[in-house]
Design a protein around this ligand. Structure first.
Ligand SMILES: Nc1nc2c(ncn2[C@@H]2O[C@H](COP(=O)(O)OP(=O)(O)O)[C@@H](O)[C@H]2O)c(=O)[nH]1
Ligand SMILES: [Mg+2]
Length: 443
């Protein structure tokens, strides 16, 4: 086994503006913590501050900056602190801040600073797999970088900003102007690529949905709803799925465990984000499109989040926008254990079941409810199954494994010519097997 990557340590800091309620503020912080975790950071401390506005020079007020500095220094020196001997790697701030604010803050607190937008961009960057999604994320990154380059040039002073007319540029044209033009050109180029890819993608998708006998589920929903937890609970193993069709995808595809018939693949998708900066909407949608490849969407909702109804609406709307209305969907209201006392939990569960027929209300912390979810998923894939008899001549016994992989074998008997299988499976899978056997020589 390869060495475990060392966990990086992080701090979170946020200003609470007067217009933001405590509940909203807390939920945004919880989300940022989750996003940080996604990037592989352990958040060791959170610093918050109420202010009428952000500090112009360094986002946080002087006192708060010093407090963080003291923590960062202490963390580095004090072996008793969590993460003994290691340093704080980064300070996450829960807003988008200007490059000069970030720079000043870095100098004062003594560690790297990343703002909310940068964190989200990094997550999208890691999740974007299709060419279209990668192009969209690059556009968003360039959009984020452009004003920062300008600012960086200003900070660098006149020498940094101004160059002579060498290099084919007009005399006196600044770095910034050149960089801006380059960025504009690159964005235009990427946009053309995306338009060209649109057509190609649609045909690929139609082909992919043809994959026979392949049952797949995608988990969608807001960050922090419990998607990854459910994924782990359902698949139960850390072993990656070495299925060729998915080999290029990533680490987030696993098979339902214990294995079921048919075998069901479960994948995690990029999470919805409560405060998604406007400039990142297109790249989010493009990255989410991966969910369209699934035969069933599990829409996971945090039933204990006061804003869950709004989140549910947004998810439905965005899924509609990316063309997911054709994919069957199961609503999973998770974290019911986190809703008040037992009576309140029951009341909430009853209300949800009344309002959303066919939904599942559960807690990822309760094994029996995980088992029910698992059964519901399997039942979904078994509903179209029919019984049939297949015959396989002795000359083609190498195809036996395929029968067992895509169907449930109820009985098997043999005669002089070959083996007969009584199977139950999806009619499309059975047809595919028959077609394949039909092509065997000497049939
Ligand atoms: N109380 C409670 N906490 C949960 C439940 N499911 C997940 N969590 C916690 O919620 C947080 C976010 O879960 P995670 O699976 O990472 O969410 P994701 O962002 O949707 O992947 C983690 O701290 C989980 O331990 C649940 O059913 N009940
Ligand atoms: Mg997750």
């Amino acid at each position: 086994m390869p060495d475990q990557e060392e966990t990086k340590l992080a701090l979170i800091a946020a200003v609470q503006l007067p217009s933001v309620s405590d509940v909203e503020f807390e939920s945004s912080l919880a989300e940022l913590r989750e996003l940080a975790k996604t990037l592989g950071f352990a958040v060791v401390e959170t610093f918050v501050q109420k202010r009428a506005g952000f500090d112009k020079t360094a986002y946080l007020g002087v006192g708060k900056r010093q407090e963080i500095r003291a923590f960062v220094d202490g963390e580095a020196d004090d072996p008793q602190q969590p993460g003994a001997g290691s340093r704080i790697d980064v300070l996450f701030v829960d807003h988008e801040i200007s490059p000069s604010q970030a720079r000043n803050l870095e100098l004062e607190v003594g560690c790297q600073v990343m703002d909310r937008t940068m964190v989200i961009l990094e997550i999208f960057h890691r999740n974007a797999r299709s060419r279209a999604a990668r192009a969209q994320v690059e556009i968003a990154r360039l959009g984020y970088m452009a004003p920062r380059l300008r600012e960086a040039a200003k900070l660098a002073g006149p020498q940094g900003r101004q160059r002579s007319g060498l290099g084919g540029r007009g005399a006196g044209e600044s770095h910034t102007e050149m960089d801006r033009r380059k960025i504009r050109d690159r964005i235009a180029e990427l946009q053309l690529e995306i338009t060209a890819m649109d057509v190609e993608r649609k045909t690929q998708r139609a082909r992919r949905q043809d994959r026979q006998g392949l049952a797949s589920v995608a988990l969608v929903g807001y960050t922090n709803a419990g998607k990854s937890t459910l994924m782990r609970a359902l698949t139960g193993s850390e072993v990656l799925v070495a299925n060729k069709l998915f080999a290029t995808l990533d680490t987030t595809v696993r098979a339902l465990y214990p294995e079921s018939v048919p075998r069901v693949l479960v994948s995690d998708t990029v999470g919805f984000i409560k405060n998604l900066p406007h400039g990142l909407v297109a790249s989010f949608k493009s990255t989410l499109e991966e969910a369209l490849d699934a035969s069933l969407l599990l829409h996971v909702i945090d039933a204990s989040d006061p804003g869950f109804e709004r989140q549910l609406e947004v998810t439905d709307k965005v899924l509609g926008e990316i063309g997911a209305q054709a994919v069957p969907r199961l609503r999973v209201f998770n974290k019911i254990d986190h809703v008040g006392d037992e009576a309140q939990q029951e009341e909430r569960a009853a209300a949800l079941r009344a309002q959303y027929p066919d939904c599942i209300v559960m807690s990822a912390r309760r094994p029996d409810e995980i088992a029910t979810l698992r059964q519901t998923i399997i039942a979904f894939f078994q509903q179209d199954r029919v019984e049939a008899e297949l015959f396989l001549p002795w000359s083609a016994q190498q195809l036996r494994g395929q029968i067992y992989a895509s169907c449930e074998v109820l009985a098997e008997r043999a005669d002089g010519d070959g083996a007969f299988f009584r199977v139950r499976g999806e009619s499309s899978a059975i047809d595919a097997l028959r077609e394949q056997f039909g092509q065997i020589k000497g049939w």
